[in-house]
Structures are given as structure tokens and as C-alpha cells.
Design a protein around this ligand. Structure first.
Ligand code: C2E
Ligand code: MG
Ligand code: MG
Length: 611
């Protein structure tokens, strides 16, 4: 590790980054400040240390100037005499410890006193070490070296990510701030490129965090290599970019690109393309091949923002935008992204209060028996009545709720509310009406989901077999044993398990045999053209036949027309859900619809359907 005093480190390191971690410590550049009222003592100390290769010294013989000098020069270590006129060592130490800038400065106290009370007091104030006066040369060199080693280690911990050995967010931001200042002076520009690994959580979930860590290390290595390669080809446009790379958080990296030519877009694109290229090849993790893509966002200073904080946020927003638009792509920050990210923020902040303010409600979409055309169940679908703008649909706010973790609370509420409503309907004589609820990945994988179901079932008095938990195929990918355990625990509560959006999850159908599943819901995309498209007819026929062989119930989702209904009836598909019968309804609307359809009151489907 190369050792640089902090104040100069940024300039030196910008072109020479990640090797610091690996090479041998060399402290000879450290700035050593001495405060002593006897100049002769300082001369002697300096001579000893110079003989050992140290080069940078500051001597202060007037103790009243010490604090100011420390603040200005930011030494790496302070050799502080205890007994001085005007201001003694203890007073200086006290003042330094009170200031956040100098709070952790390494201080070696020089004292001729054997008074242990004084020593205790000095220790209490956080002196790093003691040296007895008169100073023994070998003792001095040893203590100084120890102190600098500890300091270097602490700096490393504070500024580097221990897993990938890359600079961390803190160091990245310091470098960015420096780069922005430099760019201002030289009339250059600076870009921040944010690289987020797509679906990294899935690797953690399926192969475990140890493999996840290995993957991150390998990714870091490839990113560094790709930057070295880009360096040559795009240097002309974007300047030296060699190793300005950091790990910001879990699966998020960032790259600082100083831009020295006006036509930098091409250079930035080359860097992004190279990054995507090096990630394409399979990663080998304990014999498993893992494929990785990245979503990349870029913001440029001063075009998009003039300060490091905003620039980081904008690069992050561009990345989020790239993720939401299909991942594995590259995105410059723009006005539209600013709008989209404002909207997202507004959704996020509104959502945090929505539950407390009772702005969330459940709508219920009827599930109708294909042959009798009676309602046999409902699917509970979330709605958010936002005072400022009316109804917000789940497609917009569920992804935000999932990303921010708010989904956990919302999910608990949905479970509770749906079961309570279901019990009420049973009491009203809507006999054996099945209640389906949607579950998010986080909820499903959360530590005590089966437990929560069990409690809610008890509290609400709902018969377990009337509760259907809808999960998607995506949730079944990963650690098969763990998933199987969760499914069997859910099943043990007595409720039923339904596979939602069936056919869209790209997973093998093997799981249908081994997991305790009760129902398949064929995704709407297969139903849309079923009246005309032979391919869709073939797929849906096969799905229904397979479900029957495995003794699973089949629901067709998104049925809108009589032709679709007739085709599904001919296949003997069990249940129909879709606008043909009814859109999702409020509680009172649903009660009216149920009465007309199931109690043979006069049916007026058109009031409920979307045609
Ligand atoms: P989903 O579970 O597949 O729900 C079916 C979606 O299709 C609903 O959209 C429903 O209104 C819509 N739909 C039903 N019939 C038709 C039709 O005939 N034509 C068309 N075009 N659409 C139809 P919605 O209510 O907007 O919900 C969207 C998704 O949001 C749901 O898809 C589900 O994944 C999620 N979601 C809804 N409520 C919850 C919830 O409480 N928790 C969780 N985790 N996710 C939920
Ligand atoms: Mg559903
Ligand atoms: Mg669905």
C-alpha cells in the first residue's frame, strides 16, 4: 500500500488507484508535525527520523499556533510535548478531540513526567501513544511506525470495500468532488457512470451469499480490466479513466470519467459497451456457470448537475430508468428521467403514509366456474386512492413498494384485510367463496410468512381451504430445497397454492410434480389471441391437459370475449377470470354482482364487465 497524506492523496491517486491496496506500506511521505517549546528537541527528533527516510516535517515552537497549524496542514501524525508555556499539551489535545476534522488524528505525546495521573488523563483524551523524554531514537522510530501502520489500516477500512478491494462510496465521492473542482478550473467535464448488476439478488438467493460475494469479486476484476482496455481506445475523448472505479453498495459500482474533449459521448459509450462486453462471458462459481448483465446510467457535470451529490443521484436515477426499461442497457440522464424519478420519489413518499392514512383498499375480481357460470372465488387486487390524484394502479406502485421494502407491511395488511372480508362474505351467505391473494417475493421469502398465514387464519376464522396464495414462477427459481420447505410450510396451514401468470416464468415445469401446488392460472398473454391463433390454442390446450393429468385446477386469466370463453369451455378449463364477466370491483359492487349471478337475481353483466 502506498501511503499518502490525506490532503494530497486525491491528486496522486486519481491515476493510480487500486494497486494501493496490494503493495507494501511505505510511510516515508507521511507529514509529521512536532509541537514543542524547545526547538532543539524538535531538531533532534527530525534528524533521527530523516536518517530513517522520513521527509515531511512541520515544527511549531509556539504552542498557541498548534491548533491552527494542524487544521491547515492536516498532518498524518502529531508529536506533542506535554509541558509548554501558554497552552500545554493537554489543552491542545482537548481542543483537537472536540473538532470533527481532527478528532481521530494520531497523536504521540512526549513527556518527561512519570506522573501516572497525567498519563491517564492524556490517554483518556485519546493520545495514540507515549514517548518518554529524553527520547530514545529506536523507540521513536518504532512508535512512529506503529502509529502510522494503524492509521493506514484505519484509512483503508474507512475508504475501501473489504470484499472487492475497490474504493468505497466515501472515497469515490471525495474523488468526484476533487475531479469536479479540477474540471471547473480547466473547463473540462466529469461524468459519473453507475453500473448496477441486474438481478444480483437472485444469485444470492439461489447460490448463497458466499457465491454472491465471489461473483462480486470477479465482476470487480472484469470491470477494472475493461476500463484498462477502454482507456486506450477512448483516452482521446475522455482522458485517463484507468482505475476510477468504486463499489457503492451491494451490486452497484461507479466509475468516474474525467472528460477532456467536448465530444465525449462517444468515449462514454465505448466505456459502457466494453463493460457490457466483459460481463457477457459466463462467470464460474464453484462449477456453476452464471450469466450477468448490467444496467448502466450516466450523468455529466456541469451539463446535468454541478455538485457531486446531485450528480450521483442523477446517475442513479438513469440506472433505475435503465432497469425499469428492461435492464441490460445504457442510459444517459435526461429531463424525462428526472420526471420519472420525481414520480417515483413521490410514489415512494406517498406510499409510506398510505397505509396509516387508510388510502389503500382491495378490489375483488370474480373467478367464475366455466361450466355453471357461478362465482366460485375472487382475487384481491390492491388499489391506492391517492388524495392528490385518484386511483393509482398496482402496476405503478407495487414495484416501488418492492424495491423499498414497504411491500412487507402492505403484504401483511392485504393478507389480514382479504381474510377478514372473506369471513364476512361467508357470514353473509356467500358460501365457500375462495379468496385469492397475491404475494410478493419478499413476503414469500420472509422469515415467517407461513406463520403469518396461520395467525391470520386463526384470527379471521376463515376456513384454510378457502384461502389461495398466488405466487409467480419467478419465485420458484433458486434454492430448491428452501423454496420447497416454504411451500410445504404454507401448505401445512391448510390453504391452497396457486401459480400466477403461468407460462411466463421460463422455468422448467418439473416443479409442478414436486411442489404442493393446487392451481395454475394461465397468463393473459396466451389467452388474448386464443380465438384466432393456432399457436396459442395449441399451448393453452397443452397447459390444460397437463394440469388435468397432474390433478391441478386451471384458471384462464384475462378472458374478455365470448369466443375466448367458448374455446376454454370446450377444453374444460375449470375457472374463468377476466373483463368478460367482470373487472375488479369494490366491496359493495362485488356484493351486488354476486347476488345477481349466484342467487339468480336478474343478471346484468354489462354493469360489471369491461367490453
Ligand atoms: P395479477 O395477479 O396477474 O392480476 C391480474 C391483473 O390483470 C389485474 O391487474 C387485473 O385487473 C387484470 N385483468 C383481469 N382481467 C383482465 C382482462 O380481462 N383484461 C385485461 N387487460 N386485464 C385484466 P391489476 O389489478 O392492475 O394488478 C396488476 C398486478 O399487480 C397483479 O397481476 C399482481 O401481480 C399485482 N398485484 C395486485 N395486487 C397485489 C397485492 O395485493 N400484492 C402483490 N404483491 N401484488 C399485487
Ligand atoms: Mg394474481
Ligand atoms: Mg396474473
Amino acid at each position: 500500500m502506498q501511503y499518502y497524506p490525506k490532503s494530497r492523496s486525491l491528486q496522486l491517486e486519481v491515476e493510480n488507484l487500486s494497486s494501493e491496496w496490494l503493495s507494501d506500506p511505505d510511510f516515508k511521505d507521511a507529514v509529521i508535525m512536532m509541537v514543542d517549546d524547545e526547538p532543539l528537541v524538535m531538531e533532534m527528533l527530525q534528524t533521527i527520523l530523516e536518517e530513517h527516510g522520513y521527509k515531511n516535517f512541520v515544527q511549531i515552537d509556539d504552542s498557541r499556533q498548534a491548533i491552527e497549524a494542524v487544521n491547515q496542514q492536516q498532518p498524518d501524525v502529531l508529536l506533542l510535548d506535554l509541558k509548554m508555556p501558554h497552552l500545554d499539551g493537554i489543552a491542545i489535545l482537548e481542543a483537537l478531540r472536540k473538532n470533527s476534522k481532527t478528532q481521530y488524528l494520531s497523536v504521540i505525546v512526549l513527556t518527561s513526567s512519570d506522573d501516572s495521573l497525567t498519563k491517564l488523563r492524556v490517554l483518556e483524551l485519546g493520545a495514540t501513544d507515549f514517548l518518554a523524554k529524553p527520547v530514545d531514537p529506536s523507540e521513536l522510530v518504532l512508535r512512529l511506525r506503529n502509529t502510522l501502520t494503524i492509521k493506514a489500516y484505519q484509512d483503508k477500512l474507512a475508504y475501501y470495500d473489504p470484499l472487492t478491494k475497490l474504493p468505497n462510496r466515501k472515497l469515490f465521492i471525495e474523488r468526484l468532488q476533487w475531479a469536479i473542482k479540477f474540471a471547473e478550473r480547466e473547463n473540462h467535464r466529469v461524468a459519473v457512470m453507475n453500473v448496477a448488476i441486474d438481478r444480483f439478488q437472485q444469485v444470492n438467493n439461489s447460490l448463497g451469499t458466499r457465491m454472491g460475494d465471489q461473483l462480486l469479486q470477479q465482476i470487480a476484476g472484469r470491470l477494472i480490466n475493461s476500463l484498462r482496455k477502454s482507456d486506450a481506445s477512448s483516452r482521446a475523448a475522455v482522458g485517463p479513466i484507468g482505475r476510477n472505479i468504486a463499489r457503492l453498495s451491494g451490486d452497484e459500482f461507479a466509475i468516474l470519467l474525467p472528460i477532456i474533449k467536448s465530444k465525449a459521448a462517444k468515449g462514454i459509450l465505448t466505456v459502457a459497451t466494453n463493460i457490457r462486453e466483459v460481463l457477457k462471458e459466463a462467470f464460474l462459481l464453484d462449477g456453476n456457470e452464471v450469466f450477468v448483465t448490467a444496467s448502466i446510467g450516466v450523468a455529466i457535470c456541469p451539463n446535468d448537475a454541478e455538485d457531486s451529490d446531485t450528480l450521483m443521484k442523477q446517475a442513479g436515477a438513469a440506472t433505475t430508468f435503465a432497469k425499469e426499461n428492461g435492464r441490460d442497457c445504457f442510459q444517459f440522464y435526461s429531463k424525462e428521467i428526472s420526471e420519472a424519478s420525481k414520480r417515483r420519489l413521490s410514489i415512494e413518499s406517498g406510499l409510506r403514509r398510505a397505509l396509516d392514512r387508510s388510502e389503500l383498499s382491495l378490489y375483488y375480481q370474480p373467478k367464475v366456474d366455466a361450466s355453471s357460470e357461478k362465482i366460485t372465488g375472487v382475487e384481491a387486487l390492491l388499489r391506492w386512492e391517492r388524495p392528490s390524484e385518484g386511483l393509482v394502479m398496482p402496476g405503478e406502485f407495487i414495484p416501488v413498494a418492492e424495491e423499498t421494502g414497504i411491500i412487507t407491511q402492505i403484504g401483511e395488511w392485504v393478507l389480514e384485510e382479504a381474510c377478514r372480508q372473506s369471513t364476512r362474505w361467508n357470514e353473509m351467505g356467500f358460501k365457500d367463496l375462495k379468496m385469492s391473494i397475491n404475494v410478493s417475493t419478499q413476503q414469500f421469502r420472509g422469515s415467517n410468512f407461513p406463520n403469518a398465514i396461520e395467525k391470520v387464519l386463526k384470527r379471521s376464522g376463515l376456513r384454510p381451504q378457502n384461502l389461495f396464495v398466488e405466487i409467480t414462477e419467478g419465485m420458484l427459481i433458486g434454492d430448491i430445497q428452501k423454496i420447497s420447505d416454504i411451500l410445504f410450510e404454507i401448505k401445512a396451514t391448510g390453504c391452497c397454492i396457486s401459480i400466477d401468470d403461468f407460462g411466463t416464468g421460463y422455468s422448467s415445469f418439473n416443479y409442478l410434480k414436486s411442489f404442493p401446488i393446487d392451481e395454475l392460472k394461465i397468463d393473459r398473454s396466451f389467452i388474448i389471441d386464443i380465438a384466432d391463433e393456432y399457436d396459442d390454442q395449441a399451448i393453452v390446450s397443452a397447459m390444460v391437459a397437463m394440469a388435468k393429468l397432474l390433478e391441478l385446477r386451471v384458471v384462464a386469466e384475462g378472458v374478455e370475449h365470448i369466443q375466448q370463453l367458448e374455446f376454454l369451455q370446450a377444453l374444460e378449463c375449470d375457472t374463468i377470470q377476466g373483463y368478460y364477466y367482470s373487472r375488479p370491483l369494490s366491496v359493495t359492487e362485488f356484493e351486488a354482482y354476486y347476488r345477481t349471478r349466484n342467487f339468480n337475481a336478474k343478471i346484468r353483466d354489462k354493469d360489471y364487465a369491461v367490453k
